[in-house]
Design a protein around this ligand. Structure first.
Ligand SMILES: [Zn+2]
Length: 308
């Protein structure tokens, strides 16, 4: 089967976000026989170190360590994750094609705008993906042709010999907009972001509507008390190695030294966070999550985590 159906899909703004916030959980689920996947919304071209191609190779290496079945990166500009109709459609398309039961999103508050925007974008894409009457591919191509029309209209204005200065300014603004928002829509293998898995979600493949059963939020980037913690004691070392697979970001080197701490320092930070959340749940290492819904219990004698 060309398109894998997943049990769990983690969606995040940047390559390496999942490794930091829920990689242990994905590995634990994979070890239990679940099919897991990662959708990175951007390709990391704004990073201080390394190119988008370097990061694609590193993301594939990290995915192997976490035993994910599928990983893909969309072409949303790094540092400019926006909750637009077009971006929601792109994510909804992936949700229909991978059909996860559970989606993991970033928490909806945070320091980095890409992170909290990814949360809302992901949620609304999950909703859209379930709308029976929405033809995602058609909506995306309509969007694209609208941008193409604007771009060609702008090009003809720019090509005109005599134009008012104000018109020229407006045209250049719109050209910029048209260029940056007009995406390559294909998710096919071999595109710069496609480095892992057997996903072939290119044109011609239409997926039926699908809405995930459950959405949970990875809260590690934000100081909030989680609804629950996943015990990743047995997965902690592998999760750390998956982060270290991003060699251009995390190895000891001169470029960007003030921004990126050395490996030992990263290890100490990652470990203290995992220990803190593990301690809340009475285990060694944990990853924190939040759910909007209440918990449902059949047997109160089987509720984990000791009170006294
Ligand atoms: Zn990030």
């Amino acid at each position: 089967m060309a398109t894998p159906e997943l049990d769990i899909l983690a969606i995040a703004a940047h390559r390496d976000d999942v490794e930091q916030t829920c990689g242990g959980t994905l590995l634990k689920m994979a070890e239990q026989g679940k099919r897991t996947g990662i959708l990175d919304l951007t390709r990391g071209e704004m990073g201080t170190r390394g190119s988008a191609e370097d990061r694609a190779a590193e993301a594939a290496a990290a995915a192997r360590i976490l035993q994910v079945s599928w990983r893909e990166a969309l072409d949303i500009p790094d540092g400019r994750v926006e909750n637009t109709w077009q971006n929601r459609l792109k994510v909804a398309r992936v949700i229909r094609q991978t059909r996860p039961r559970v989606v993991i999103l970033p928490y909806w508050k945070g320091r980095h705008p890409d992170h909290y925007t990814a949360s809302k974008l992901g949620y609304e894409a999950c909703f859209l993906a379930g709308l029976a009457k929405l033809d995602v591919d058609r909506a995306l191509s309509t969007q694209q042709s609208a941008f193409s029309q604007i771009a060609s209209a702008v090009a003809s204005v720019v090509a005109g010999e005599r134009q008012e200065p104000s018109a020229a300014k407006a045209a250049s603004t719109r050209t910029h907009r048209g260029t940056t928002e007009e995406p390559a829509l294909s998710l096919s293998k071999g595109a710069p972001g496609a480095a892992y898995g057997e996903f072939s979600g290119g044109a011609g493949e239409t997926a039926a509507p699908h809405r995930p059963f459950k959405i949970i939020y990875a809260t590690l980037y934000y100081d909030i008390r989680p609804s629950f913690v996943v015990d990743i004691t047995d997965q902690f070392e592998a999760r750390f190695e998956s982060l270290m697979a991003y060699k251009t970001q995390f190895s000891d080197q001169e470029a960007g030294k003030d921004i990126f701490p050395a490996r030992d320092e990263i290890r100490a930070r990652i470990e203290s966070m995992a220990r803190f959340y593990g301690m809340l749940a009475g285990v060694t290492y944990g990853e924190p999550f939040l759910q909007k819904e209440v918990g449902l219990v059949e047997d109160v004698t089987a509720i984990p985590v000791k009170s006294i």
